[in-house]
Design a protein around this ligand. Sequence first.
Ligand SMILES: *[C@@H]1O[C@H](CO)[C@@H](O)[C@H](O)[C@H]1NC(C)=O
Ligand SMILES: *[C@@H]1O[C@H](CO)[C@@H](O)[C@H](O)[C@H]1NC(C)=O
Ligand SMILES: *[C@@H]1O[C@H](CO)[C@@H](O)[C@H](O)[C@H]1NC(C)=O
Length: 296
Amino acid sequence: MLRATLFTATLTSLASAHTAAWAKGMYCKGGADPNTENLNTNTAVNPLYNLTKEKWWFQHDRGCDLVPPPTGEFLELPANGNFTVELAHNRAQTTLSYDGKFASDWLDGKEHPDDWNSWEGPGSACLDDGALHAYNETNAAGTAWAISYESDVTKVTMENLVMFSTLQHTPWKRMATYQVPDLPACPEDGCTCAWLWVPDGCGQPNMYMQPYKCTVTNAQSTTPVAKARAPVYCAGDASKCVQGAKQMIAWNQLDGNNIETGDGSSPGYHEKCGWANGAQTDIFGRPGAGNLGSPL
Ligand SMILES: *[C@@H]1O[C@H](CO)[C@@H](O)[C@H](O)[C@H]1NC(C)=O
Ligand SMILES: *[C@@H]1O[C@H](CO)[C@@H](O)[C@H](O)[C@H]1NC(C)=O
Ligand SMILES: *[C@@H]1O[C@H](CO)[C@@H](O)[C@H](O)[C@H]1NC(C)=O
């Protein structure tokens, strides 16, 4: 009953906007038409739901996987450092458009109190920015990044795309800073990254997977990332959590799903699926084992 109410209550606001990470290196930065630079695009923000893997994989449903950034433009990931992107519902609400004059501290370009919260107990409406899929900051499910050492986006697989950073209680404000583990250098043409999010309730149970060209700066280590294994929902029993390199969460799609919660709750990029907050330091394989070392 509660579920149905929440779903209907949030549909109208959800129709208006969702969320993407905006930064150098993103695909579809100017929209899905490579010949037009749309400063007011929201093509990259729309969620993935009930799609075949061919369609959800790197936003192929809207053609974003075919619109890479200009040659040589990368999202830079400093090894053992951090990087910042802008989370927003539209490029216009970031500093990538109009000199940032429509950007605020928040994802929707508006002002909100720091303790913004719509939770008043069961049956509460979600925040009126429905695209946040949340009642308040603690309820924001967490967003994440994964990296593949393949430069060619068509060579990226679930096994070579390894989760390397999570940021709890996001998306919340526009600026989001993620920590980077001791990643080795990328090939000359860069790596392929994905920005990821699975909201926890407050609307359609969907997921986000957005393609990026990325590269690792200040790399010191030569230890490759290990082959990624599917995460396991391990709420309440940490012994069930998968250790080491993990795959992104593929959930609520027509096919290609790799996780089930069994209890009707959403999986997400947090401890209930085996991710500690921040840089994932346990994702590396044996030195010299190639870019896909054995799972630890
Ligand atoms: C999912 O997609 C299939 C095929 O397009 C459709 O038949 C089905 O109704 C959809 N399910 C939901 C829950 O939207
Ligand atoms: C990110 O790195 C910069 C430069 O090393 C540092 O000053 C800053 O405190 C770091 N921020 C976070 C949130 O880790
Ligand atoms: C935030 O929302 C959650 C509902 O998911 C609720 O349990 C929690 O108490 C809320 N936090 C505050 C500070 O109201």
